[in-house]
Design a protein around this ligand. Structure first.
Ligand code: ARG
Ligand code: ZN
Ligand code: CA
Length: 254
């Protein structure tokens, strides 16, 4: 992959009218947030501890609401679907018109984002590369979507999508998904081994798994901290994303 990769995005707003029917400006604010984080134009990157500053990556990935729909017609890149479902879960029902959601646009050409109500405190979920085309993409709770409208603190900086698109590009959680043990890995060499997820706004350093003196890289987008507390991908994570865009998601290279 050379230069900047531009990803076409379609946002499926699945709603019961009212607040769930987020406006076009809130959708646009999510695209802006993705561009900010994936191009490292986020000003809060200055909060990365000095010891890790050199690892903070400009991922050279940009996002744009699709201007052409699958049939070749002009579009604003947003679909709107009224649903009878009060709240969705992780069963992918939101990704199918037959189950109260909206079918994806071709997943080899469009990054499909669904905005909807989610239950159980879930902020979002993603499908990794290599899964079924019919369910490929990212689902985000409407009140964690974008930076305006219904977006609600502490998840109102668009970073649920930053995190979930990280999964879509094959990044694992930074603690290695082993509960709170110290034997899991994210398969990234430049992220410290860490015990479990961090939440809220941790103080640096937070030491687990014998990772003193610098401790957990809790300000990484692939941890579980508040939006305002996460502000970096590493060069090692970028290498995995590059491998994805040169491999299972190469259809997105223009
Ligand atoms: N899949 C995670 C969840 O639903 C997303 C965490 C996103 N974190 C954030 N600060 N936005 O909990
Ligand atoms: Zn995650
Ligand atoms: Ca690691």
């Amino acid at each position: 992959r050379a230069g900047v990769t531009l990803i076409q995005v379609v946002v499926h707003v699945v709603h019961q009218n009212g607040a769930q029917n987020i406006d076009d400006a809130q959708v646009a604010s999510q695209i802006e947030a993705l561009n900010r984080d994936y191009r490292k134009t986020n000003t809060d990157v200055s909060g990365v501890p000095a010891v890790w500053q050199a690892l903070a990556a400009d991922c050279d990935i940009e996002f744009q609401l699709a201007t052409t729909d699958p049939s070749g017609a002009p579009t604003n890149g947003i679909t709107r679907t009224q649903t009878a479902t009060a709240s969705f879960g992780t069963d992918d029902a939101v990704k199918s018109t037959a189950t109260g959601g909206q079918d994806p646009w071709p997943t080899d050409r469009y990054l499909n984002l669904w905005s909807c109500e989610l239950g159980g405190g879930l902020l979002g979920y993603a499908q990794f590369p290599g899964g079924p085309a019919a369910t490929d993409g990212v689902v985000i709770l409407h009140s964690a979507f974008g930076t305006s409208g219904t977006a609600t603190a502490p998840f109102d900086m668009g970073r649920t999508a930053t995190h979930e698109v990280g999964h879509w590009l094959n990044l694992f959680h930074i603690w290695g998904d082993d509960g709170t043990a110290c034997n899991g890995t994210d398969f990234v060499a430049d992220t410290p081994n860490q015990g479990g997820p961090n939440f809220g706004k941790p103080n640096f350093p937070r030491v687990t798994c014998n990772n003193a003196p610098d401790g957990d890289m809790f300000m990484n987008y692939m941890d579980y901290v508040d939006d305002a507390a996460m502000f970096m991908f590493t060069e090692g994570q970028l290498a995995r994303m590059n491998a994805t865009l040169d491999g299972p998601r190469a259809s997105f290279l223009s």
